[in-house]
Design a protein around this ligand. Sequence first.
Ligand code: ZN
Length: 311
Amino acid sequence: MSDTLKKYLTTDRSTRIQALHLTQAWQTGLAHQDLPPLLVSLLGELAAASVLLAGNIKFDGSVVLQLQGNGPVHLIMVECTSALDLRATAHLREGAALPADTTTLQDLLNADGQGRFMVMLDPAGRQAGTPAYQGIVPLEGDTIAAVLEHYMKHSEQLDTRLWLAADAHACAGLLLQRMPNESPATDDPRPFGHADTTWTHCTTLAGTLDRDELRATDSDTLIRRLFWEDDLLSFPAQDVRWHCPCSRERVASMLRTLGHRELEDILNEQGCVHITCNFCGQPYDFDAQDCTALFACAIDPSLAPGSDTVH
Ligand SMILES: [Zn+2]
């Protein structure tokens, strides 16, 4: 089954295994974003990582991962909520084109070595002025997985390994993580210290995985293929969906603040007010009639479409 996050634990409860495979949700997310294939891969890998990390946060809120640099790509940013609503975007530097021989993350983002990788944990309903948790490290590593693993090590997180892969069709990832307090389960006959063996065993198996296989294989098949000798404790699958909170209503409110005259100027010049969501690329068009309606509603709510005000 695609568009789900699957979670497992080894029977000694020392290693967490998570597998993610997105197709529909990922394709929906790319529908309005015109990105070159290499950038789609990087964006998808970062998106997969954000879902794998968001699957473990213990609060209602979101994980934001951001790569920022001075190469032809200015920004790659993804956000996944604890409910596994995902959105992701990448922005080329204005006027920049990807050189044909660009092959690595470093070429794309870190032309001057000043690139940064940022992780933000943002609780829902955070008070204005209260900072979200934010970790920033230099952009080191040639793949998204290497950048993440470098961050984890730097911030003294739990031992974590990631395998990530994406193209325009699918976006997938596998995460292995050492659990804290790795005392053996009481019903586990194996001696304490087995956790090291389990970790080595799991990372060795996952180490055989290549990007093509990860992209092309649904999570159930992948886990069976890698861990066919192991009994794993499995947890209910969690649905992942693409969701950007932009909407026609939000764009309408923004246009009202611009004012009637400003919109009239745009209409005279372009025939239509064309707004694109900066995050997901969703287009919103307002023609002359739509713009008139915006202000008619503002003046007299009873004229709003769908209004049930009775006079
Ligand atoms: Zn949007």
